[in-house]
Design a protein around this ligand. Structure first.
Ligand SMILES: Cc1cc2nc3c(=O)[nH]c(=O)nc-3n(C[C@H](O)[C@H](O)[C@H](O)COP(=O)(O)O)c2cc1C
Ligand SMILES: CCCCC(=O)C(=O)O
Length: 385
């Protein structure tokens, strides 16, 4: 191990990490960001780390977990703790999924192939971004090959295209690849304003990469990022259209208002991913963990509620599950893992989170995820909640 001993105050010193020394020297998700920052082109680092405008929401997501405490129970635990969850018929070995993030080839040569292998090895669900730099069919094939006898679950994140023929072609690609759900991102009527990207003039992929799901979609499209249309005119009618044009379960990603959650259920959607896009769309929206209790109350058990944004520790996962989430997603942590060491790095991030979740469940006196109930979560001292 070449990571130096922790400081007296317990702070890790990730700058001392030498990838040659083995990933077991990496003990926390946060250390991966520090290594990724050192390794990546600063323009690409900014694209990933950044959010919109003042990045108030980026910070709020992580801070929100910090303002909550866990209040454990005692003398009722179990040596066998099952962390698995079943979502729309697909199993995940733990309640941590891979949220969709674009452009994995920017950070590692194999791109989403590496991510798919890491997800399959960890037995967790990967949500492939529509803006992936490897076509969804190849991502699915990589997951199957890595899973051996396992049955990997891949979902496809979709930006509904105002040209419904494009949307139809994208759904066909995802369905043919064997994706088991569509995760429709609805928080992007227009693209968020990432001022880091504007300063860096980052608005497209390098010429050797493309959004492969967009390539030759209906003609000879090159797979440019700009082919992805964001439209403020999308409406619930488009969701109804989608409901009629696919048998796959549909989740909406990026619904924040409880009233919209109720409307979504009325339109027959199958699940909700409570997300503010990692603070990359509208800035100053609340942390997702802060919205969760009201959101779960509005959904009232009709469909599973997933959450992403700021999840960095097993304690964050347990807080979200205790407050009613069926599972959580991680975005940046996976990209930091890929940037650090490709498939192995992403695998290590997932395994660290799994170990932390299991450890936290044990320390909470819980036998499994069903024992994680809202009474275990309290406002932290000094927080105004
Ligand atoms: C680099 C990056 C790219 C992303 N790309 C997409 C995308 O293509 N589609 C999408 O719906 N969300 C995208 N997201 C948002 C993530 O799905 C997720 O909501 C967010 O990253 C969760 O917050 P976290 O990064 O704090 O875990 C992206 C986020 C990041 C950081
Ligand atoms: C057009 C690609 C959008 C990727 C994305 O959603 C993000 O960077 O947050």
């Amino acid at each position: 191990m070449s990571v130096a001993a922790p400081e007296a105050n317990g702070a890790a010193r990730p700058e001392a990490f030498d990838p040659g020394s083995g990933l077991e020297a990496m003990l926390t998700v946060r250390e991966f960001e520090a290594v990724a920052q050192r390794k990546l082109d600063p323009v690409h680092y900014d694209y990933i780390a950044g959010g919109s405008r003042d990045e108030v929401t980026v910070r709020a997501n992580e801070d929100g977990f910090g303002r909550l405490s866990l209040l454990p129970r005692v003398l009722r635990g179990s040596a066998q703790r099952d962390l698995s969850v079943t979502l729309f018929g697909g199993q995940s070995s733990m309640p941590v999924l891979i949220s969709p993030t674009a452009f994995h080839r920017l950070v590692c040569a194999e791109g989403e192939i590496a991510t798919a292998r890491a997800a399959a090895r960890a037995g967790t669900i990967m949500i492939a971004s529509m803006a992936s730099t490897v076509a969804v069919g190849e991502v699915a094939a990589a997951a199957r090959a890595a899973a051996g006898d396992g049955d990997p679950t891949l979902w496809f994140q979709l930006y509904l295209q105002p040209d419904m023929d494009d949307t139809t072609a994208l759904i066909a690609r995802a369905t043919d690849a064997g994706c088991r759900a569509l995760v429709v991102t609805v928080d992007s009527p227009v693209l968020g304003a990432n001022e880091r990207n504007q300063r860096n003039n980052f608005d497209d992929l390098p010429p050797e990469m493309a959004c492969e799901n967009l390539r030759n979609l209906r003609g000879d499209e090159p797979g440019n990022v700009r082919q992805i249309a964001m439209s403020p005119e999308l409406s619930w009618e488009h969701i109804d259209w989608l409901r009629e044009h696919t048998r796959l379960p549909i989740l909406l990603k990026g619904v924040l208002h409880p009233e919209d959650a109720r409307i979504a259920i009325a339109h027959g959607i199958d699940g909700l991913l409570l997300s503010n896009h990692g603070g990359r769309q509208l800035d100053t929206v609340p942390a997702t963990i802060d919205l969760l209790p009201e959101f779960v109350a509005a959904v009232d058990g009709s469909v599973p509620v997933l959450l992403d944004g700021g999840v960095r520790r097993g304690t964050d996962v347990v807080k979200a599950l205790a407050l009613g989430a069926a599972a959580v997603g991680v975005g940046r942590p996976i990209v930091w893992g890929l940037a650090t060491a490709g498939e192995e790095g992403a695998t290590r991030v997932l395994e660290l989170l799994r170990d932390e979740v299991d450890h936290t469940v044990a320390l909470c006196g819980a036998r499994g995820l069903a024992d994680l109930t809202p009474d275990l979560v309290r406002p932290a001292a000094g927080s105004r909640r």
